[in-house]
Design a binder for this molecule. Structure first.
Ligand code: C5P
Length: 211
């Protein structure tokens, strides 16, 4: 079984994907981590994320096993990720890695922005996770706070809105719900309630398919 989880920045899609993977015994790929790792590698090399040659070289050199889970979570890595993600040649390199992961017959959960539309259009179940901008800003602020990164609510809200806009308006694989995606708005849901809602969606889809 392939479960595709797409959604906005800090919507809770990563947490939902993690919980679904545990519940159904599937491997999980956080595809945003790949873009973040590429964005971070470009910054580490002293380059600019909109420099196509530098970004493509970083994508080609990416070692999935060597991603620094802590450093890729910085606000700077997230912003750089959304810039390298606009470059079609970068997406082409990362698409291969994502499709290879999804090709495992054991199935998988993949979360990102274009899983249900581009990477796994035939996924068994698709979720599109949203939450209000204010709530997503609040969640990301808490995460950054725990990392010791200080940013004002207003600045972070602006950065998140800018990333949303870039993700939704890019020409190659823009962020949008697949026509057969189930919408999950987590604005007023606890983590537990969001996970339960996701289980219900997947269980219903499995029941419909007779699995
Ligand atoms: O999900 P996360 O915030 O970690 O993703 C970082 C950035 O990577 C996103 O803002 C988006 O620009 C890009 N991304 C993408 N396609 C994906 C996953 C992430 O373009 N499948």
């Amino acid at each position: 079984m392939i479960i595709a989880v797409d959604g906005l920045t800090a919507s809770g899609k990563g947490t939902v994907a993690k919980r679904l993977a545990a519940r159904y015994g599937l491997r999980r790929l956080d595809t945003g981590a790949l873009y973040r790792a590429v964005g971070l590698a470009v910054l580490d090399a002293g380059g600019a994320p909109d420099d196509e040659a530098a970004a493509v070289a970083a994508a080609e050199a990416l070692d999935l096993e060597a991603i620094d889970e802590n450093r890729i979570r910085s606000a700077a890595a997230g912003m750089s990720a959304s810039k390298v993600a606009v470059i079609p040649a970068v997406r082409a390199v990362l698409r291969k890695a994502q499709r290879a992961f999804a090709a495992d017959p054991a199935g998988a959960v993949l979360d990102g922005r274009d899983i249900g539309t581009v990477i796994c259009p035939d996924a068994d179940v698709k979720l599109f996770v949203t939450a209000s901008l204010a709530e997503r800003t609040r969640r990301r602020l808490t995460e950054l706070d725990a990392r010791g990164e200080t940013v004002s609510f207003a600045d972070l809200e602006r950065q998140i809105a800018e990333r949303d806009q870039r993700d939704m308006s890019r020409v190659d694989s823009p962020l949008r719900p697949a026509s057969d995606a189930h919408l999950l708005d987590t604005t007023d849901l606890s983590i537990e309630a969001a996970a339960e809602a996701a289980y219900r969606i997947v269980d219903a889809a499995l029941a419909r398919s007779g699995a």
